[in-house]
Design a protein. Sequence first.
Lengths: 114, 107
Amino acid sequence: DAMVIQNPRYQVTQFGKPVTLSCSQTLNHNVMYWYQQKSSQAPKLLFHYYDKDFNNEADTPDNFQSRRPNTSFCFLDIRSPGLGDAAMYLCATSRDLGQSYEQYFGPGTRLTVT
Amino acid sequence: AQRVTQPEKLLSVFKGAPVELKCNYSYSGSPELFWYVQYSRQRLQLLLRHISRESIKGFTADLNKGETSFHLKKPFAQEEDSAMYYCALTSGSRLTFGEGTQLTVNP
């Protein structure tokens, strides 16, 4: 089945220790997104890639970076995680940009910061 | 700025009863509105979008621009409808979600 895969499903890191979350897709979609969802809150867009073009949301902290080495993979790097970065991180893809293109979500990675 | 509000965090109904999940939005342009659903232990997935004007799993939603609302309705709720429902608005590529409503349908 074509899908969006996130690894690991659960990640524990220490305060200040860099961590990388991984997303891969078999849909061959052009766009990949990263969302942060804190407990009982709405998913919040951090950034997206359209092909190799990176688009950061204005209020995304500098602590969050992303890489997309090829069409299939996209990584979320948190350089120095703080306790406030504990959240569910959702990866999504869409075939193209624009309102008419559905976003397909992965199962998420739950990040715990100790 | 665009904003989506779902006033009810929790909603509980009995099987067979009508259900309405409320969604209000603020957006200066012409928005496209969606409902996403997340069943227990499953990923977030699209339920329906206003532009399609379709009924999915018995759910419908009508965009009311005058009231800036996009409420989700189903005349007869089923137990399998129990899930987290998110209303979302898109402009360009950005999806803005509401905080979600947890619907529980009791037998």
